[in-house]
Design a binder for this molecule. Structure first.
Ligand code: 2NL
Length: 346
């Protein structure tokens, strides 16, 4: 190993490193290259170890050449580094750029549940006839839910309202909104035009037409001289507003303990228009609600004199109204909270 050897090695290291610097694809490669050549255990240090074997007068010469090579390589590495890092930044800026001209992500718009929507639609119609909407508690007492509606404890009609009881003696989940009408009669003086939409509960096995939790909309009108003809005219107007002004309606005899006489109220079948089809059981008619003249005993329980006042009441299931309107055959769809169903009512 003499001066010429070391000088040649340094030249080789310089040329190879400069070529590698030029070829480095990214900053990481450049860092590795710098460590390999100029690092403490790098190739330059390796070459300089050979200095000890040289004649003393040659040593400074190699040191001077080595310094020139080191500075040259450091400069090349730094320049290439600037280029690469600058390029990387530019590339990152381009890749991560926010396009402020893009439209925003739309928020999902909520909508009313079809049961709730049906209750609003029903209320909107009766409000045009001067009915006022009331609210009433879902937990009731046995007396208001049954006795005051002419359903005594041993009455067979109690079986119509399989009841869910609360852990407090005499308290239950209302099986209909009718107890709310009792409250209205006891707090208001006639003329009364009350609408009571709300949640009701029954101990039921659930099938396509029964649920243990459901909505009801009840109406009550009490005044002097209120007759069945008023009831019939009002319900006919309701059906025409809800299902179409060309729809015919009819009363059929019915039974409820709290009304006398009681009726079932039908609208001509929306599917066949009265001709008879599977949707209406081939009768041409669909029952949309039950109604009747308020039983005198119930008026009395409501604190009203049946000699002076007469009243009618009606009750309907908002889900049933929607089902008839849209040809839905399974009540459970209203309970499943499946967006594929619910979103169709937007
Ligand atoms: C139905 C039938 C009905 C009533 C509800 C009522 C309330 C009072 C007095 C008299 Cl305080 N009647 N409500 C009357 C007849 C029918 O509902 O099938 N509903 C879903």
């Amino acid at each position: 190993m003499d001066l010429a050897d070391l000088t040649r090695d340094l030249d080789t290291l310089r040329d190879e490193t400069l070529a590698a610097v030029a070829a480095a694809p990214d900053a990481a490669a450049l860092d590795a290259l710098e460590l390999d050549v100029l690092g403490k255990k790098g190739r330059l240090t390796g070459i300089l170890r050979g200095i000890g074997a040289l004649a003393p007068e040659d040593r400074p010469k190699v040191g001077a050449i080595a310094n020139v090579v080191r500075v040259k390589l450091e400069t090349a590495l730094a320049e290439r580094g600037t280029t690469l890092r600058g390029g990387e930044l530019t590339a990152r800026l381009a890749a991560e750029a926010v396009d402020v001209t893009l439209p925003g992500r739309p928020l999902r718009r909520g909508s009313l549940h079809p049961s709730i929507e049906a209750m609003s639609e029903i209320a909107a119609i009766f409000e045009q006839f001067g009915f006022v909407t009331y609210e009433s508690p879902e937990i009731e007492d046995d007396v208001t839910n049954f006795q005051m509606l002419n359903i005594p404890p041993d009455h067979p009609a109690r079986d119509l309202w399989d009841t869910l009881y609360v852990d407090v003696e005499g308290r239950l989940l209302r099986t209909h909104t009718s107890p709310g009408q009792i409250h209205v009669m006891r707090t208001e003086t006639p003329p009364i035009r009350a609408l009571l939409p709300g949640r009701c509960y029954r101990y039921e096995s659930i099938d396509a037409s029964h649920a243990s939790e459901f909505f009801q909309v009840e109406g009550l009108m009490v005044d002097e001289g209120t007759t069945m003809a008023d009831l019939k005219g009002l319900l006919d107007q309701f059906a025409k507003a809800m299902f179409g002004s060309d729809k015919r309606t009819r009363f059929r005899p019915g039974y409820y303990p709290f009304t006398e006489p009681s009726v079932a109220f039908d609208v001509e079948c929306l599917v066949c228009g009265g001709g008879g089809c599977p949707a209406c059981g081939r009768t041409g008619w669909m029952t949309i609600l039950g109604a009747g003249m308020v039983h005198p005993v119930v008026l009395q329980y409501g604190g009203l004199d049946p000699e002076r006042y007469q009243g009618f009441a009606f009750g309907m299931g908002p889900e049933r109204i929607k089902m008839l309107k849209h040809g839905i055959t399974d009540l459970r769809l209203f309970l499943d909270d499946d967006l594929r169903f619910l979103e169709q009512f937007r």
